[in-house]
Design a binder for this molecule. Structure first.
Ligand code: GAL
Length: 380
């Protein structure tokens, strides 16, 4: 059997989503057998919602078996879901989280993504833990520049809010000098950082960027302005692109936070395959089984194994052991844990097919959470 899968990416020209879509494609390939093939078509939305809507229409007209959609605009989820529901084609939304009420529209949709509150918090904690707590110029206040992604994405909102919250929670005095949208884009990051640097000069202690691409741009602007990261200014990103991890090692970037495109893309593919096999996911599947998350669409950030276990109890997944007869509750822990800091909407609990990840039926002892702080070349 050959299954046809349509994948809509909001924009190909995005470093993180490029890694993500390459991994989606190769993971589908790796799951093929002599009898099961996946014909995966990936299209570029070019940052244009009208274009993406047309692409969805085309996929539906071609009769795909499932869609994986990285929305250009999360607010268009309702429209896309409506079309897919009419055609009875299940959808896995990725990376840009639709609103909770939109997720309740149909039982054949789910969302896979990471919890941006955690990545924001980790950014802030990297600054908090610096010897001078981020106060590069020693004036008693951490004055920062915030370069945001697309403010329509909850990820951009949360990363912005929680990076600063980690500082204020630690009793650090902060001042926002500048806050603008850079739309996840390197060139925009450079422009905005250059503007902020010429406007505020030595007053700036920290430049927070919602992602690494914009931090790469900001790094160029910092150098051009004659400032030195680690000496008189700090620079933070999110994603842990290879290039940025090298910069953190070299000291030209203060820190970044791993955004696990591998775990996220695999979870998305696993979910699509479940749908193709006629299975429902998470809350939708609960009608037939004992797994009953209390808040099917709640976001459950998971900080580590202990936390996962605790939350597992909270979601009464212990009873769900029967669903994973060979691995029992441990498999569900892994599922939670793998999605990690990931947003485990009730729905993801089933999406992960943990059996494939278990070696000898055991949970790897030192499995790190998916968002990890990276500073001075160390992963935590
Ligand atoms: C974020 C990622 C950004 C950008 C964005 C697109 O998770 O950190 O680099 O790819 O998704 O929505």
């Amino acid at each position: 059997t050959t299954y046809n899968i349509g994948v809509c990416i909001y924009k190909f020209d995005d470093n993180f989503m490029t890694l993500y879509r390459q991994e989606l494609e190769s993971y589908f390939k790796s799951l093929e057998t002599d009898t099961v093939k996946y014909n995966v078509t990936i299209v570029d939305g070019k940052g244009d919602m009208a274009e993406q809507t047309n692409q969805v229409d085309t996929f539906l007209a071609q009769g795909v078996d499932a869609l994986i959609v990285n929305l250009v605009q999360s607010s268009s989820a309702a429209t896309i879901t409506e079309k897919c529901k009419s055609a009875d084609v299940p959808v896995v939304y990725i990376n840009r989280e639709p609103a909770a009420e939109d997720m309740a529209a149909w039982d054949k949709i789910c969302y896979v993504g990471a919890d941006a509150r955690q990545s924001g918090t980790y950014q802030g904690e990297i600054v908090r833990d610096l010897p001078n707590k981020g106060d590069a110029n020693g004036d008693g206040v951490v004055s920062y520049v915030m370069i945001m992604g697309d403010p329509e994405n909850v990820d951009a909102q949360y990363r912005t809010e929680f990076s600063i919250k980690a500082l204020t929670d630690a009793g650090i005095q902060v001042e926002e000098l500048f806050n603008q949208r850079g739309d996840w884009d390197q060139a925009r990051g450079q422009e905005l950082a250059a503007t902020a640097l010429s406007q505020f000069g030595d007053k700036i202690d920290v430049i927070f960027c919602n992602n690494d691409a914009m931090a790469l741009g900001a790094a160029q602007a910092i150098e051009a302005a004659g400032r030195v990261v680690g000496e008189n200014i700090y620079l933070l990103g999110v994603d842990a692109l290879d290039e940025c991890v090298e910069m953190v090692n070299a000291g030209t970037m203060t820190g970044t936070v791993l955004n696990d495109h591998v775990g996220q893309s695999h979870a998305a593919v696993d979910a699509a395959i479940k749908y193709i096999n006629g299975e429902l996911i998470g809350s939708a599947a609960d009608a037939e089984g004992p797994v009953q998350p209390e808040h099917p669409h709640a976001v459950v950030p998971v900080a580590g194994r202990d936390d996962a276990e605790e939350r597992l109890g909270a979601l009464r997944l212990g009873q769900g052991a029967a669903r994973f007869p060979h691995q029992g509750a441990d498999a569900a822990v892994i599922a939670l844990f793998r999605l990690g800091n990931g947003t485990v909407m009730g729905q993801h609990l089933e999406a992960i097919q943990p059996q494939r990840r278990l070696k000898g039926g055991k949970i790897p002892a030192e499995k790190p959470p998916e968002h990890r702080k990276i500073r001075h070349g160390k992963m935590e």
